[in-house]
Design a protein around this ligand. Structure first.
Ligand code: FE2
Length: 549
C-alpha cells in the first residue's frame, strides 16, 4: 500500500519510537552537553548571529549547518583557532528524544562554519536540530528527510525561490514561505548580489565596493544571512541550493568575468575561488560540494521516492562565454552546461525511475523575446544564447525517454510560465515540457505591473508558448502527485515594508503524460503594488536589478 507523504505526525511518532538510540547525552533540563573549548581563552558572545540551516535531504541523511560569527560584518569576529561545536538531532522540538548527536569542529580556515552530514536517519521524517558552542545554544531548526527510494509517495510539496537582492527590498516573502507546509525549498540562484553599496537603497550593502576577497564575500553573505526572515525560512525546511551569477560576478561564464577589460584572468580566478569558498561556508551543502581550487561541484540529483527527481543544474561554472549576436548563438559548439554535465543530465533523466523530472535551473529555457514586432531582442545570457544545445536537450525531452520534465527557473525577476518546444519559432514544433520561472524574493523591488504589461502583453500575443507572465515579488509552491503538478504563485503586496500580506495570484497545472502547462486560475485584477510604501529609488524590473545610480 502506498505511503502517504508527508507523514501524518501521529503516525511518524509511533514509527520513530522503535528506533534504537544510544544513551542520552543531554542534561536533564534538555540542554546540550557542554563541550569545553580548546585552549585560548573564552569565546566571544553572540556566536549564532547567522541562524541555522539544513539541506540536501536524503532518505537517511541531511546536512545541518551553522557558522559562528559574533561580528558578522567584520570577518566573523572569531579567535583564530578551532572551536568544538556540539550538535544534536531529535525527533521532537523539545529535544526529549535525541536520535543523533556529535561534536564538529568550526575551523578558522572555513570561516568557523559547521557542516554536519547527519547519517542514520529515518526516511520521510521530520527532525529538529541545534548546536552549542561554549555556553551558547543556537536557535532550533526543523528539517525533513526524503522518502525511501523505493517508496511510492502520493504527494510532494516544495517551494522555489531565487534572487534576493538585499538592497531591493525586505524578505517579506520568506516570512510567509516559512509558514508553508513544505518538504524542501529549492533555491535557484542569486543568493547574494555582489553590487557595491548604494546609499539610496532601501537597506544598503555592507562594505565600500564589490567583494573580491574571501573576507569580503564572507561579510556579504553574513549580511544577507543576518536577515531574520531568511533565517526563519532556513530554519523551517531543508534547502536545495544552486548558484547563478551574482554569487560571484554579474554574467560570469566559467573563467570569464563580466568585464574582462577590468579583471585579469588571474584576478578573476582568485575572485571565483574566494566567492566559492564563502558560498560553501554559508550553504547547507554536503562535503561533495566542498570547493577544490577553482571548482565546486554543485550539479547533483536528489530523489523523492518514485515520485520526483530534482536534477540540480550549474549553468555558470562550465558554460561557454555568452555570444554577442543571435547568429553567434547558433554556434553548435556553445554549451550552457559543459559536455560532462549534459551527459550526466541526460543519463540521469533517462534512468531516474521517477514520475517527474524536475530541473533546478538558473536562467530561462523558453524563448524570451524582449521586443514587439518582427525584430527580436534576446538576453543571450539565457538559453536563448545557447540554442543548439537547448534544441538538442528539448528534442530529448520529447523523445519518450524521460517522464514529465519540468524546468524550474530563477534569474528573471518575473514569473514566466511557458510550454517548451524544441523550436520556439515553429508553431508545429511539439510541446515537450514545461517551464516555471518563479519571480524573485526581493530583486526588482516593488513592481510596476502596468508598465510591465504595457511592454510585454504585445510580445505575449506573438509568443504562444508563454502562458502567464507577471513581475511582482514572491515565490512558487509546487504540489506534485503522481497525476499532476499544481503550482501556486504566492505574491506579497510589498517588499518595501518589513511585513506584507501574501496571496495566491495564480495557479498552473501540468498533467502527467501531457507535456505543457496551463493556467488553472488567476486573479482578475492584480492589486496595485504599494510602490509608495518605501523609500522609492529606481530599480530595473527587467534583469539583474542593480538600482540605477
Ligand atoms: Fe537575480
Amino acid at each position: 500500500m502506498p505511503e502517504t507523504y508527508p507523514f501524518n505526525r501521529r503516525r511518524f511518532v509511533a514509527g520513530a519510537a522503535g528506533l534504537v538510540v544510544g544513551p542520552m547525552l543531554v542534561a536533564p533540563d534538555g540542554a546540550l552537553a557542554h563541550v569545553p573549548s580548546t585552549a585560548g581563552g573564552p569565546l566571544p558572545t553572540g556566536l549564532f548571529t547567522l541562524g541555522v540551516a539544513s539541506g540536501d535531504p536524503l532518505p537517511d541523511a541531511v546536512v545541518i549547518w551553522t557558522r559562528l560569527a559574533p561580528q558578522p560584518l567584520a570577518g566573523g569576529g572569531m579567535p583564530d583557532r578551532a572551536v568544538p561545536v556540539s550538535w544534536e538531532v531529535a525527533d521532537d522540538e523539545g529535544f526529549r528524544r535525541v536520535r543523533r548527536r556529535g561534536v564538529a569542529t568550526a575551523a578558522s580556515r572555513s570561516g568557523h562554519s559547521v557542516h554536519v552530514d547527519v547519517q542514520g536517519l529515518r526516511p520521510d521524517t521530520v527532525y529538529w536540530y541545534r548546536f552549542r558552542a561554549g555556553s551558547e545554544v543556537s536557535p532550533v531548526g526543523r528539517t525533513r528527510t526524503a522518502p525511501a527510494s523505493h517508496a511510492r509517495p502520493r504527494q510532494l510539496r516544495f517551494a522555489i525561490a531565487s534572487c534576493q537582492n538585499y538592497e531591493s527590498g525586505y524578505y517579506t516573502a520568506y516570512r510567509h514561505l516559512s509558514e508553508e507546509d513544505l518538504a524542501f525549498v529549492a533555491f535557484l540562484g542569486d543568493y547574494i548580489y555582489e553590487g557595491r553599496p548604494n546609499p539610496a537603497a532601501l537597506r544598503a550593502h555592507e562594505g565600500t565596493d564589490e567583494p573580491y576577497t574571501l573576507e569580503q564575500y564572507r561579510n556579504r553573505h553574513a549580511q544577507y544571512r543576518s536577515d531574520v526572515d531568511l533565517q526563519a525560512a532556513h530554519a523551517a525546511f531543508p534547502w536545495i541550493v544552486t548558484l547563478d551569477d551574482h554569487e560571484v560576478d554579474n554574467n560570469w561564464a566559467d573563467e570569464i568575468p563580466q568585464d574582462p577589460d577590468l579583471q585579469t584572468p588571474e584576478a578573476f580566478r582568485a575572485r571565483r575561488i574566494a566567492a566559492f569558498q564563502a558560498y560553501y561556508e554559508h550553504m547547507p551543502l554536503r562535503r561533495t560540494s566542498l570547493p577544490r581550487e577553482l571548482d565546486m561541484k554543485l550539479y547533483r540529483r536528489l530523489r523523492f521516492g518514485d515520485l520526483a527527481s530534482v536534477h540540480v543544474l550549474d549553468t555558470r561554472q562550465y558554460r561557454s562565454d555568452q555570444p554577442a549576436t543571435i547568429e553567434a548563438a547558433m554556434d553548435p559548439s556553445l554549451s550552457m552546461t559543459g559536455p560532462e554535465q549534459e551527459r550526466w543530465l541526460v543519463r540521469g533523466m533517462r534512468s531516474s525511475g521517477t514520475g517527474w523530472n524536475l530541473l533546478a535551473n538558473q536562467v530561462m529555457w523558453a524563448s524570451n523575446d524582449r521586443r514587439a514586432g518582427p525584430e527580436k531582442v534576446f538576453d543571450l545570457d539565457n538559453w536563448d544564447g545557447y540554442r543548439v544545445q537547448r534544441r538538442r536537450l528539448l528534442e530529448f525531452f520529447g523523445s519518450g525517454q524521460v517522464d514529465n520534465p519540468v524546468v524550474l527557473t530563477g534569474d528573471r525577476h518575473c514569473t514566466w510560465v511557458c510550454d517548451l518546444r524544441p523550436d520556439f519559432d515553429d508553431p508545429s514544433s511539439p510541446v515537450v515540457g514545461a517551464e516555471i520561472t518563479g519571480t524573485s524574493i526581493a530583486s526588482g523591488g516593488n513592481a510596476n505591473p502596468a508598465s510591465f504589461h504595457a511592454t510585454y502583453d504585445p510580445i505575449m500575443a506573438e509568443s504562444p508558448h508563454w502562458k502567464y507572465i507577471d513581475n511582482q515579488r514572491g515565490y512558487v509552491v509546487c504540489d506534485v502527485t503522481p497525476d499532476r503538478m499544481l503550482s501556486s504563485l504566492r505574491l506579497v503586496d510589498t517588499v518595501w515594508a518589513p511585513t506584507a500580506n501574501v496571496r495566491t495570484a495564480a495557479q498552473f497545472v501540468v498533467e502527467a503524460g501531457r507535456p505543457g502547462i496551463s493556467v488553472v486560475s488567476q486573479e482578475a485584477t492584480p492589486p496595485a503594488a504599494l510602490r509608495s510604501a518605501g523609500p522609492v529609488f529606481p530599480v530595473d524590473d527587467d534583469q539583474d536589478s542593480h538600482p540605477l545610480q
